[in-house]
Structures are given as structure tokens and as C-alpha cells.
Design a protein around this ligand. Sequence first.
Ligand code: HEM
Length: 456
Amino acid sequence: NKLKLITAIIALLTYKYRSHAVGARRRNDLKEPKGAVPFLGHTLLMASIPGTELLDAFFLKNYRELGPVWSISLPGIGRMIQGDTPEMVEHVNKANFAAAKAIREHSNEGLNREVQKILDYFDKAAASGSEVDFHELMHAFSLDAFGSWTFGESFGCLENMGRKVPFAEALNELLEISSGRLVDPIWRLRESISPVGTNVRQNKAVMRQHIHRIIAKHREQDWSDPNKKSNLLMMYMEAKGVDGQPYSDELLVDTMMTLLVAGRDTTSEAMSWMIYLLHREEADPSILKMVLAEIDDVLGDNPPTHETHKKLKFVEACLYETLRLFPTLPRNLRRCIKDDILPDGTKIYAGDYFTWSYYAMGRSERIWGSEVETFKPSRWLAGERSASMNKFNPFHLGPRQCIGQGFAIVQAVTTVALMLKNFEVTLVEPGKLPVYGVGITLPMACGLPIRVARRT
Ligand code: HEM
């Protein structure tokens, strides 16, 4: 009898979960990619696609074949409804989030100092004719620039290219591990029984101790000195939380870690994709010409300042256009807290995930029309800019907008402007589209080899 009962339960469960994952609701009203299996839903399908093809071979493909609304189910996660229209993304994000305050304070001085290190590095590479992995260089630079701006102290990655910087190593390893979690529903179990869990703890400790040291150093300085140099960490140390109390050191460390993780790869990878798009074989040469003309005109022989960067409108437009084609935060998601109906009538239930792909939206003919494939910075210039922003913002719009947007734009625009003002860049493989890596952001899996020559 027991055996019969067990068989009956298994048969019942197999019937119930015949086409979707355990824990997810069955939805006949939603389109789904073919390939779901009992209990596991779309897990095997997703796992069968190499991470380096996931955005194109899964998200973009399904968007093109199934339309802007479709859905998958994954065990341990549940139902994920993918909705890639500006209206749906806006609707879901109108939830009651407290608006984050944008970080507007940043110092050009620290940034210019870090960019100078790249120029020195390029000078050596130009003299020796050697290749530079631009993608790797940008990762190192962004971490240093972030340290300079946030704590008034660089991490020294640029000076130590090719050598190990413990903080950077720990960060890289942690980012890689967290990217792996995205495609592995049982990552908790895997990490608890493998050395990966220990790695996570050790790397976190390296990073946290470093930031604790910097906080302690800041506490020792004379805060009454009117000439003291301020930085972002000091602003947080002076701020008070909702309870009226200053932030604890643990919270300060968490905050710095969050900013670091949110800001380093997104910005550095954006610069890599931008340099690629401006110099690839099929690039329209008139665009680079306009970039150079603007840089020469605005910067002349002076270092960039807050004022000059505001005038580099075409360079900024190139950055936005880069982020349309290669959004360095390629996907996003929200967990719905209440039952809701999307603007197209699709029902979404509490506990379901709503997900959207900036990558698919940036490449959608439905949204951009026939020139979707063209790198056309002018769509982000006055005249077309607000229409483009309404369709898509790679920094997100509304209350959950990226708080580092201002910093990212200043950093990317200033850095690219100073590099191109001084150096002519050539891609080693101008006809080859870099393969993107697996990640929360959009890295180049094999880097971006370039050569540089002093611009005359
Ligand atoms: C090209 C560079 C960047 C891109 C494409 C980007 C993109 C985004 C996007 C799309 C969001 C919204 C996430 C969500 O809604 O869940 C976001 C949030 C955020 N970004 Fe950025 N970001 C960039 C650079 C930065 C930088 C430099 C920093 C820090 C200095 C930063 C800090 C943050 C933080 C803290 C949030 C969370 C805000 C919140 O949840 O209220 N980002 N970013």
C-alpha cells in the first residue's frame, strides 16, 4: 500500500510539474521558450547555452521569436516573467521605492591624476609598440579611480599591472563567483560543500579589512581642519541614518563594497565597448572625427574640469549609444510584492519575478526602428535625446535610478577624451566582435587588445 501511495504521489507531482519548475505556478496564458522539463522547468535549457551566448541565444532570440512578454520557470526561483517594453519596465518600477540620492560630489583632480597613469602607460606601450589589453587596463584603472574618489587613496593597480594586488584579486574572484550563482539555482549547496565557500569568506575578509583600515585612518585625522580634503567616505561618515545615529563601521564597509561592486565593472566595461565601437572595422570614420574635433575644441591644452566635461556632449552621446548596444548592466529583475497586471494585460502574481533585458531592448527593432543596428550617437543629442531616454535608459529611470550615474559619465567621458586627445588607438583585431563573458555585467571574455601611438 505504501508503495502504491508513493507511486501515486510521484505520478501526481509529475503531472502537476510536467512542464514547469517546482515552486512555480503553471501559466498557460504566457508564451514560453520550448525545452521546459518536469520539475526543473527551463534549467536544463539555460544550462545548455554557454554563458557567453546567453544574451543573444536566449534573451534576444526569445524576444524576437516570442515577443516582448514571455516567461520561464526555475526551481528555487519560481516564475520569471520577461517583459521588454519601456511601458512594462516603467510600470513595474513605479513600486513604492524610496528614491536614492544621486552621488554628485566627485573630484576631477583625483580622476585626472589616475588618467595620467594611463597616459604614462600608453607612452611606454607606444614607444615599444607592444599590445595593451585595454579591457584589463580599464578594470585596473576603474578600481584605482574609485579608490581615489571614494577614500582619497588609489589601490595601486595601474602601477602594478601584471602583479597581484590583494584587494583587486579578492574583488575579481568574488565577482566571478557571484556571476556563477546567476546560472546555478543550487549555488548555496555547492558553495557549502566545496572550497568555493571558503574562498568567498576569505576574499570578503580581505576586502572588508582593507576598508576597515581606511575608515580607521580617516577617524584619526583632524576633522575640525577647514582645509581637510573631503571624499565620499567622509560624506558617509558625517551623515546620519534614519535613526539619527551615525553609520556604524560595518554599515560603512557594506556601503563602500556596494558602490565598488556596482560601479567598477559597469563603468570600465562601458569604456572598453566604446573604444571598440569607435575603432572597429565597420565604424563610420566620421564619428571618430567628430569625437576628436569636440575633444580638441573643448579641452585644448587644459586638463578636464567640471565645466569642460559638460561640454563634451558628443562624447557623452557616444557613451549612451555604446550602452544601448552593450549595456554593461545587461539584465535586471524585480520580485513582485503584490498581484498586478502589466500594461499589456499580462497578470503577474506576488512572488513572481519580473525581469527585463536592457540588451534585448537596446537591440529591439520594435523600439528603435530600422536603424537599430547602427551606431548612431546623434540619437542621444538634444532633439532626439529625450525620446531615446523614454525608450531606454542604461542607468535606469525613476526611484531606483543608478546613484553613480553622474560619476560614471564623468569618469568615462573624461578618460576616453584624455586618451583619444593624446593617443591614436588601433584595434589588433578590428574585424572581430569581442565575445562577452558570463557575468552580472558585460565583460569582454578575451579582453580587447589594442596598439597606441602618440597623436600628432
Ligand atoms: C556605465 C556605468 C553604470 C551603469 C550602466 C549602471 C547601471 C545601473 C542600473 C541599471 C541600476 C539600476 C539597478 C536596479 O534597478 O536594480 C544601477 C543601480 C545602482 N548603481 Fe549603477 N551603473 C553604472 C555605474 C555606477 C557607479 C560608478 C556607481 C557607484 C559609484 C554605481 C552605483 C549604483 C548603486 C549603488 C545602485 C543601486 C541604487 C539603488 O538601488 O537605489 N553605478 N546602476
